[in-house]
Design a binder for this molecule. Structure first.
Ligand code: FAD
Length: 442
């Protein structure tokens, strides 16, 4: 029997223009994301407008509960799991608000789906670069929350590189826009007698000491680890001209991006776009008879201005054999590789592409680590990328009692550490009698 719902929630429901779900089924549906974690939320809200989110913030403050912003819920580490109120923006916050062709920016609500945004932007000759495997369903609020990256981030960067400004609601319900600001504007903000002022003051007080800055520099991951998401990105803030000699202006969005919905509720996102990628492309699918040979080749191959460099191991490749849809996408696989590396090259003309592909093949031959390297074109490339995108999902549907557990996900290391890292990680797993599965934006 379901528990009676607290009278407070009935009152809250009547205040909202959107919906508040407190039934058991809804709570169970929202108890998880794509991770192994499960916690029943106290309620699920589908806010219709900003006033609804403000009402939810006020309610959370008065009733000592928390809000868990949620977009598509495809997070892999429990980011949208919690015992507070899950606030789902996927139903009503779905508008693309403005495209500015001259600044190549777009402003969206957090519930806009990444691929739908790019379909919309195509006629403008623009697109949003970061491309997760979940791009057909994940939403911009979630991409900002997770600082999402993906297959193309070696060319186009991660979401943090693209966030120009964020309109947010803070924990007291105040509306604040965060964007790049001058030194003078920063110090003016520190004088505000508001929560926004407190935030700027605290940031300044905490980060102004050169000793603290050095400590951060010494202890944060290496700078070249671009796809990192290691707690709050305060190292990004100290790189601004308030705290260093750099020309970079301070932008709180660097910190908000990747903060997993813990600092503010985002209602509008303005993103920097890129021109559509060069139209000619080819993919070289290198086949290896060992993981270590695959890893060994990555650093050299990456010198070729690749657009994607995606890796899959034999565990995932074998799972695609038993999936009807993926059987059609795996026709380029020759023999029984232990790993494949799918390397995509792009150019504006066919001639330039030929030159790029020949140069790339020459490098692979010189390396001598792969046993074959078919070149894919046209629809074959889409099929290969679909195979890669399906990989993780297939792992979740492993047939039999043995299931893959996603417990060490999305680790990121510097390129020159990759080979040693995987070798050490494999031996650690072996020592626990575990079989690691590798798929990576190599
Ligand atoms: C099969 C699979 C493959 C994946 N591949 C990749 C990949 O290649 N690269 C990658 O980076 N990730 C990947 N992911 C993880 C995930 O899909 C992405 O990070 C995705 O961008 C998250 O978007 P979402 O809409 O699902 O966000 P959600 O999971 O709903 O939310 C993500 C975070 O954003 C916060 N958030 C959402 N909306 C708001 C808001 N309005 N205000 C404040 N905070 C908010 C949430 O609280 C949460 O912390 C993968 C996941 C799966 C299941």
């Amino acid at each position: 029997m379901s528990k009676p719902v607290d009278i407070q929630y009935y009152k809250l429901k009547s205040r909202l223009n959107g919906e508040l779900l407190t039934d058991d089924l809804s709570k169970k549906l929202y108890a998880t994301d794509a991770s192994v974690y499960r916690i029943l939320p106290v309620a699920v809200a589908l806010p219709k407008d900003k006033a609804d989110i403000k009402a939810l913030i006020q309610f959370a403050n008065e009733n000592n509960t928390s809000l868990i912003p949620r977009a598509a819920g495809t997070s892999l580490a429990g980011q949208v799991v919690g015992n507070g109120i899950v606030v789902d923006v996927s139903k009503y916050f779905t508008r693309i608000l403005n495209v500015n062709k001259s600044t190549k920016t777009v402003t969206v609500q957090p519930g806009v789906v990444r691929d739908e945004l790019n379909n919309y932007l195509k006629p403008f000759g623009l697109f949003f670069g970061p491309n997760t495997s979940t791009s057909n369903r994940c939403m911009m609020g979630g991409m900002v929350g997770n600082n999402s990256s993906g297959t193309t981030s070696i060319q186009y960067g991660v979401t943090r590189d693209k966030v120009v400004s964020l309109k947010t609601l803070l924990s007291d319900g105040s509306e604040v826009e965060f964007k790049e600001i001058s030194k003078e504007a920063f110090f003016n903000k520190t004088k505000l007698q508001t929560l926004e002022g407190d935030i700027y003051r605290t940031i300044y007080e905490q980060l102004k000491s050169s000793k603290v800055q050095q400590y951060i520099r010494d202890n944060f991951p290496k700078k070249e680890i671009h796809r990192r998401n290691t707690g709050y990105a305060i190292d990004e803030l100290i790189n601004s001209n308030n705290f260093s000699e750099s020309d970079t202006k301070f932008n709180m969005c660097k910190l908000l991006t990747g903060s997993e919905g813990t600092l503010a509720f985002t209602t509008e996102i303005t993103l920097q776009l890129d021109d559509l990628p060069p139209k000619e492309n080819a993919m070289v699918a290198l086949h290896f008879d060992s993981i270590s040979k695959c890893m060994k080749s990555v650093k050299t191959l990456m010198k070729h201005n690749l657009h994607t460099c995606e890796m899959m191991d034999d565990t995932i490749l074998n799972l695609t054999k038993h999936n009807k849809q993926q059987q059609q996408n795996r026709s380029f696989i020759l023999g029984e590789p232990k790993a494949i590396l799918m390397c995509e090259l792009k150019a504006e003309s066919k001639d330039d592409l030929d030159i790029a592909v020949h140069g790339f093949i020459a490098t692979t031959e010189k390396l001598g680590l792969s046993y074959t390297a078919p070149v894919l074109v046209g629809r074959e490339i889409d099929k290969a990328l679909e195979l890669r995108k399906a990989g993780l999902g297939l792992l979740g549907n492993m047939i039999g009692d043995k299931k893959a557990v996603a417990c060490i996900e999305d680790t990121a290391v510097a390129l020159h550490d990759l080979e040693d890292y995987i070798a050490e990680f494999s031996s650690l797993m072996t020592s626990y009698d575990q079989n690691p599965v590798y798929y990576a934006h190599a």
